[in-house]
Ligand binder design. Structure first.
Ligand code: HAM
Length: 458
C-alpha cells in the first residue's frame, strides 16, 4: 500500500482545508462584490479542447487518456477553454457583458516544486463581450481587492501589466519582423528566469541584430509609459497601443489600484491565446511564483467554434497565495475552531437520565448552535470535570454547558481564563421547547464572549 498521496497532490487535513476555505471565501466575496456570477463545467474534457488553442507548454502537461468508449479525454489543466466553449455555445442568449467566475480544481503534470503542484484550485474571473480597456482595468481591480481582502498590501504584492499589442508595436518599430515575434515573446517571457546572456543568445539566434537584442532586453527589463511615448509615440505601429495603455492606467488609478500596478513589457504570458492587455501578480520580494495571471483573449471564442466576441479574464491559484499568506502570518488563528458549545457532565445533576443530555444537545442544534459532545454515556458520567473541559478546549469549543441540580442549564465560557470565566444560565424547559428569546439570549451572550476575547487579543 502506498504511504501517501501521489507526488504533487495534496491531502487536506482540517487545518489545511480551513486555510483553503479562507482563500475561497475571499475569492467568492470579492467576485460577487464585482457582480460576477458563479458557474462550473466538467473536470474531464475532450482532449482536443486543449490541443487546439492552449499552446504547447500546457499540452505537454496534460493528464490525458483514452476512456472506455475510445474517446481521447483530458483532466482540465485550465478553465479558459471550457469557459469559452460554454459561453460560445450560448453567446446570443447571454446578457453581455458576461461576468462569470468559477473555482475549479485543475490538473497539470508539472514538476512538483515550491508554488507548483500537479493539482491546484484556481479562481477564474472572466468577462465576455466588452472590448474597452475599462474591462481590463476592472479585472485587475478584482484581483487587487482579493489581495486586500486577505490582508495584503501594495508593499506585499505587485501587479505587472503589459499589452501584447504594445510589445509587438514596439518590436515592429525596432525592426523585428512578424516571423521573429514568437521567438522574441518566448525569450521575453522567460527573462526573469534565465541569465541575460542566454536570452541575448536566443534573440541573436532568432535573427535580431546585436543592437536590437540590446534594446529589446533593456526595454523588457523595465521601462515607463513616458519613455515609450517619447521613443515610439509617433511610430504608426506603436502609437495606438501606447495611447490605449495610457487610458488603461488612468482607469486603474480611478478604480483605486494605481499604486499596485507596474508596466512590465516582459509579461507576455505562456498561454497561446492572449491578444491584448496581460498581467501577472507577484510577491514584491520576488521570492515566489506568479500569484495570478490573465489577460485579453479576443479571438478564442471564435476559434473554438463559437461567436466572435472579445473576452478577458484571469486565473488565481490557491498554492502560491497560500504560501504568501502563511509567510506573512495572515491566516486567521481562529482556524480550526469548531463548536459553540460542548456538553460536559460537570454541572450534570446527579440522577438525570442521559437521554435528557442528548435531547438538550439536539434542541440547541435545531436552534442553529454548533454543539459537540463526547459520544459515550459511561465516560460522560464518570470522567473528571477538568478532563472534560480540556476535551472541550481541544475540540475548539467556545463554552461548556450542562444541567445543574436545580434544573437550570449553565453555560461557562472557556475562551479565556477558567478562574473568572463568565457564565450564563437558562431554563432547561425553555431550551427543550426551543423558546426563541432563550436561544437569542444565548446567541448574544456567546457573541459577547467572542468579542471580548478578540478585543483583548487586539
Ligand atoms: P496560468 O498562468 O497558467 O493561467 O495560471 C494562473 C495561475 O494559476 C498561476 O498564476 C498560478 O497561481 C496558478 N497555477 C498554475 N499552474 C499551477 C500549478 N501547477 N500549481 C499551482 N498553481 C498553479 C491560466 O490558467 C489561464 N487559463 C488564466 C485565465 C483565465 N486567463 C483568462 N482567464
Amino acid at each position: 500500500m502506498s504511504s501517501g498521496a501521489l507526488p504533487g497532490f495534496r491531502d487536506f487535513y482540517p487545518d489545511e482545508l480551513a486555510r483553503r476555505a479562507h482563500i475561497f471565501q475571499a475569492w467568492r466575496a470579492v467576485a460577487r462584490r464585482y457582480a460576477f456570477v458563479e458557474y462550473d463545467g466538467p473536470p474531464l474534457e475532450p482532449l482536443d479542447l486543449y490541443t487546439r488553442k492552449s499552446g504547447d507548454e500546457i499540452v505537454g502537461q496534460l493528464y490525458n487518456f483514452v476512456d472506455k468508449g475510445g474517446r481521447e479525454v483530458a483532466l482540465r489543466p485550465e478553465m479558459t477553454p471550457t469557459f469559452a466553449r460554454m459561453v460560445g455555445a450560448r453567446a446570443n442568449a447571454l446578457r453581455k457583458p458576461v461576468r462569470w467566475f468559477s473555482t475549479p480544481q485543475l490538473f497539470r503534470y508539472e514538476r512538483a516544486q515550491r508554488g507548483r503542484l500537479r493539482e491546484h484550485y484556481q479562481l477564474n474571473v472572466d468577462i465576455v463581450g466588452e472590448a474597452s480597456e475599462v474591462a481590463d482595468a476592472e479585472l485587475v481591480a478584482v484581483a487587487v481587492d482579493i489581495m486586500r481582502e486577505l490582508g495584503l498590501t501594495s508593499a506585499d504584492v505587485r501587479a505587472r501589466v503589459s499589452d501584447r499589442r504594445l510589445l509587438s508595436g514596439v518590436l515592429q518599430a525596432l525592426g523585428v519582423t512578424e516571423a521573429q515575434v514568437p521567438a522574441v515573446y518566448a525569450v521575453v517571457d522567460k527573462l526573469a528566469r534565465q541569465p541575460r546572456e542566454v536570452s541575448a543568445e536566443k534573440l541573436a539566434a532568432a535573427g535580431l541584430s546585436a543592437a536590437t537584442v540590446e534594446e529589446v532586453l533593456t526595454l523588457a527589463s523595465g521601462t515607463t509609459l513616458e519613455t515609450l511615448r517619447a521613443r515610439f509615440g509617433a511610430h504608426p505601429a506603436a502609437a495606438e497601443s501606447i495611447e490605449r495603455f495610457g487610458r488603461y492606467l488612468e482607469h486603474c488609478a480611478a478604480l483605486g489600484i494605481g499604486d499596485w500596478v507596474d508596466l512590465d513589457l516582459s509579461i507576455v504570458r505562456g498561454l497561446a491565446y492572449y491578444t491584448g492587455i496581460v498581467f501577472e501578480f507577484f510577491d514584491a520580494k520576488g521570492e515566489l511564483r506568479a500569484i495570478c495571471g490573465g489577460g485579453r483573449y479576443d479571438t478564442l471564442l471564435k476559434a473554438l467554434g463559437g461567436t466572435d466576441l472579445p473576452a478577458l479574464g484571469f486565473g488565481m491559484g490557491d498554492v502560491v497565495l497560500g504560501e504568501l499568506l502563511q509567510d506573512r502570518g495572515l491566516f486567521p488563528t481562529t482556524i480550526g475552531t469548531t463548536a459553540d458549545l460542548y456538553l460536559i457532565a460537570g454541572h450534570w445533576a446527579v440522577g438525570r437520565p442521559y437521554a435528557e443530555a442528548l435531547q438538550l444537545v439536539s434542541a440547541l442544534r435545531r436552534a442553529g448552535f454548533q454543539v459537540d459532545h463526547g459520544l459515550n454515556a459511561e465516560r460522560f458520567l464518570s470522567q473528571a470535570t477538568r478532563n472534560q473541559v480540556d476535551g472541550a478546549k481541544k475540540a475548539g469549543a467556545a463554552a461548556v454547558f450542562g444541567v445543574r441540580e436545580d434544573g437550570e442549564v449553565e453555560v461557562t465560557a472557556i475562551l479565556g481564563k477558567m478562574k473568572d470565566a463568565p457564565t450564563h444560565t437558562m431554563s432547561l424547559a425553555a431550551i427543550l421547547a426551543g423558546e426563541p428569546s432563550t436561544m437569542q439570549a444565548l446567541r448574544d451572550w456567546l457573541r459577547a464572549q467572542r468579542d471580548s476575547i478578540s478585543n483583548s487579543h487586539g
